[in-house]
Each structure stands twice: as structure tokens, then as C-alpha cells.
Design a protein around this ligand. Structure first.
Ligand SMILES: [Zn+2]
Length: 322
């Protein structure tokens, strides 16, 4: 009944409707096992994507990857802006559209490349003020992209206020807003990728805090800043990049008092206000920047467990080289 009424059915790769049913089945399975809620209908114009699968030996269903072009089933040759990896034959590809641009994504096998590490252990404290503070003293300023472009965004939305919904001018304005949102997301992605690649390539052991992100998001004052930094994404990227570059990711306990502990003498403070930017220890008169102190504590949390095994850092480094 679907096919005669919807002529476009024959214009798309046959795997697109097949995948729709497959995804629906897994969505209901997730719903019945109480993992997630009921599946919702996909809406045209929002998160547009469809998968195209390659069937060996069928003429129109093959995907061929060239230098900067790719052959898709049904669609044919498509030029790409980015240079594609060579010697790959993807089995399936997902095609998506975001803010007026089309994207292709497929899986590629990658061999892990072990890089030479200049630093053994590094503690990373994620903060709201700056994106990350390393125990080596390095500070990464976050690209607070949203804050910067917020004014521009709100102006666009303001100008759009009287436009008739679904009219041509409304659509044009909607696209502009979507493009700005994508720009914000891209700036954020770029900063995070640079930071996580730097960490995974140059450090043998990386210690991060198990941040209670949903707890922090519940605090309205912090929510916006936390969302702007993309903490979840930070951890996800570190997890796969550590595997790729041969380093180890260590996640400190959620209740480890990294900011309240003195990194020199180990005294734990009773309370520490969020506004206190400098850590001052009453015991040993140690004074240092709050985030740096937390990063130092995270790095030391690992050294102490290593020492408990009767090894010092030099031994560990030697064992690693062997
Ligand atoms: Zn102290």
C-alpha cells in the first residue's frame, strides 16, 4: 500500500526503508525493557539522515570510495569536500543533513599508533572558569563559543519573531539560526578534540574526575557553563583516543576530594566555597590556584596507588619501556 501512493519510494536506496523497520524494532525493544521511552515519529527537517547499505554483487548497491568522490547506491557519484581515506570498502554508510549541509559517515578500521610520551602521569581538572587545568601547570581556556555568539543568535531569533511559520522567509531565517547553532557546536568540538588529542598523545597516564554531570546540570547557575564545555564528550573522546595512542585513562572516584585536599601536606579542608579561586592551606601555608591544586591531587592519587605496590614511578617507566 505504501509503494503506489509514495512514488519517492523507488528513488531511494532499498536499505533506507529496511533500516527504518530495523531501528523501529530495536526502539520498541528498548522501550519494553524500560531502557527508554516510546519511539517517536521522525520528523522531516529535523535530524534528517538515512542509511545506505552495500550489497555485494548488486550493481546499483555498491559503494566505491575514490580520492574525493564516492559512489552511493541509487544516487551515483558524489563529490566530497574532504579527502577520503584510501583502500576502504565500507559496508554501509549513513547520509545526513545538518543546517543545509550533507554529511557522509562510515566506519573505518584503524590500527593504534603508540606515540612517545613526554609526561608519565597527568591530572586533569575540568573547570567552569577554564576548560582544563593540567597538573603540569598548563591551562586550556575553553572556547566559550555559546556565550560569544549568543547575542548574534538572540538577534536572529528576534528578527524572526513575526515571520509567518513555514513561509519562505521564515525558512531562510530558520536555516540561518541552524547554521549559527552548528557553528557554535563546531567550535566546541574543535577545542575539545585538540585538548583530548594532546592529552592522549603526550601522557602515559591521564587521571580525570568522575564528574557528576547530571548533578551539576541540576544546579542552574552551573548548567549553562557545564553544557558549554561538553564534559561528557570530553570523556568519550579521551576513552577512544587513549586506546588509539596507547595511553591509560584513570577515572578518580566521584567522592575523591580533589579540590578540598592540600596537594602538599594532604590536609582535607572542611568546606571550600566555589568562589574561592585560590587554595590556601592553614597547616603548611601552601597557596596555589584552585584548579591546579585539584589537578595535582588527581595526579598524586595515581602515584600513591603505584607506591602501594612497592614500585616507584621510575620503575614503572622502566617496565613500560621494556
Ligand atoms: Zn597543606
Amino acid at each position: 500500500m505504501v509503494k503506489p501512493n509514495n512514488y519517492w519510494y523507488y528513488e531511494v536506496s532499498k536499505s533506507a526503508p529496511q533500516y527504518a523497520l530495523r531501528y523501529l524494532s530495536s526502539a520498541w525493544k528498548r522501550c519494553f525493557t524500560k531502557v527508554s521511552g516510546q519511539p517517536k515519529f521522525k520528523k522531516k527537517g529535523r535530524n534528517d539522515s538515512f542509511p545506505a547499505e552495500c550489497y555485494a554483487n548488486t550493481l546499483d548497491g555498491s559503494i566505491t570510495v575514490g580520492f574525493n568522490h564516492i559512489k552511493l547506491p541509487r544516487i551515483g557519484w558524489v563529490k566530497t569536500y574532504e579527502i577520503l581515506p584510501d583502500n576502504v570498502t565500507p559496508k554501509s554508510i549513513t547520509i545526513s543533513r545538518k543546517a543545509g549541509r550533507w554529511f557522509l559517515s562510515f566506519k573505518v578500521d584503524r590500527v593504534s599508533q603508540i606515540t612517545e610520551k613526554s609526561v608519565d602521569v597527568v591530572g586533569v581538572d575540568l573547570g567552569v572558569k577554564s576548560l582544563a587545568t593540567l597538573s603540569t601547570g598548563e591551562v586550556f581556556e575553553g572556547a566559550k563559543s555559546y556565550k560569544k555568539l549568543e547575542a548574534k543568535l538572540s538577534r536572529l531569533q528576534y528578527l524572526n519573531r513575526h515571520k509567518v511559520k513555514f513561509s519562505h522567509n521564515w525558512k531562510k531565517a530558520q536555516l540561518k539560526i541552524a547554521q549559527l547553532h552548528t557553528k557554535v557546536a563546531n567550535i566546541r568540538k574543535d577545542t575539545l578534540h585538540k585538548l583530548t588529542t594532546y592529552l592522549a598523545k603526550n601522557h602515559s597516564q591521564i587521571v580525570i574526575e568522575d564528574l557528576n554531570v547530571s548533578g551539576m546540570m541540576a544546579n542552574h547557575k552551573l548548567a549553562k557553563a557545564v553544557a558549554d564545555m561538553g564534559f561528557y564528550e570530553f570523556r568519550r573522546q579521551l576513552e577512544y583516543k587513549c586506546k588509539l595512542y596507547g595511553s591509560e585513562l584513570i577515572i578518580a572516584d566521584r567522592w575523591f576530594p580533589s579540590s578540598k585536599t592540600c596537594s602538599r601536606c594532604g590536609t582535607v579542608k572542611e568546606s571550600l566555597l566555589l568562589s574561592e579561586r585560590v587554595f590556601n592551606c592553614e597547616h603548611c601555608n601552601f597557596s596555589c590556584e584552585r584548579d591546579l591544586n585539584a589537578a595535582l591531587n588527581l595526579a598524586m592519587a595515581v602515584s600513591s596507588t603505584v607506591n602501594a605496590c612497592g614500585l616507584d614511578n621510575a620503575d614503572v617507566a622502566r617496565a613500560k619501556q621494556e
